[in-house]
Design a binder for this molecule. Structure first.
Ligand code: PEP
Length: 246
């Protein structure tokens, strides 16, 4: 169960969140819990989560180890700050903040793994593609260009998140059936490239307006292994309710 804070919260607000959130989820071992704060808050999050069952991740990384890349952060820097996970190819980075391509996603995923981080690779179709019935085509293309280029060993360490862009931050969640069908398709693509066993082991998260009142329906689908949660992860009570549905 992953919480993507996007560009919200200061270091002080991060510490305040963890003071409330840590006791709410302590002792929960049925799933991994990861918070993805803005990079400026990672140190505060790691310090506040210390000794708990909550891990911390970065929202983005650059594939270089170091160098003249103003504004960027490497996997090694994230790991040194105590992060263990990283989001790659979030739709806001593909379509809003920058124009990350599938080729960038592959390079970032490889860099994350080389730097010792677990990447959550995000895929998902935009509203116009959804309306035009192109969901499968988009997912196959994003998987082929962004994930299928990994080695079998690399693939075994990757988590995938299906995040239909039309459902992110809109309050319009995909139905459990729509999400499960997309997850099944992604698993079939993984099966073709990496084999049945590796595909069955892959964890696929659903993301897109997940809230405490819709998580149970989503988690009933066997294809849905967890959730990537934006807005509802900013509040400790709301995110702890979601985590408890795992
Ligand atoms: C996200 O940020 O990945 C996300 C799914 O956001 P929200 O839950 O707010 O739709």
């Amino acid at each position: 169960m992953a919480g993507n804070w996007k560009m919200y919260k200061t270091p002080q607000e991060t510490a305040t969140f963890f003071q409330r959130f840590v006791p709410l989820v302590s002792g929960m071992s049925q799933c991994e819990i990861v918070i993805f704060p803005p990079s400026i808050d990672i140190a505060a999050a790691v310090a506040s989560a210390g000794g708990s069952n909550i891990a911390v991740g970065g929202q983005n990384l650059y594939w270089g180890k170091e160098g003249a890349f103003t504004g960027e952060i490497s996997a090694e820097m994230l790991a040194a700050a105590g992060a263990r996970w990283v989001l790659v190819g979030h739709s806001e980075r593909r379509h809003v903040v920058t124009h990350e391509t599938d080729a960038d996603v592959l390079k970032k995923t490889q860099a994350a793994l080389a730097g010792g981080l677990t990447p959550i690779v995000c895929v998902g179709e935009r509203l116009e593609e959804h309306k035009a019935g192109k969901t499968n085509e988009v997912l196959v293309k994003q998987f082929a260009a962004g994930v299928a280029g990994l080695t079998e060993e690399q693939f075994a360490q990757v988590v995938v998140a299906y995040e239909p862009v039309w459902a992110i931050g809109t309050g319009q969640t995909a139905t459990p059936e729509i999400a499960a069908a997309a997850h099944k398709l992604i698993r079939e693509e993984a099966d073709k490239r990496f084999g049945t066993e590796a595909a069955a082991k892959m964890h696929i998260l659903y993301g897109g307006s997940v809230k405490p009142d819709n998580i149970d329906g989503l988690m009933k689908e066997v294809e849905i292994d967890g959730a990537l949660v934006g807005g509802a992860s900013l509040d400790p009570d709301s995110f702890s309710k979601i985590v408890k549905a795992a």
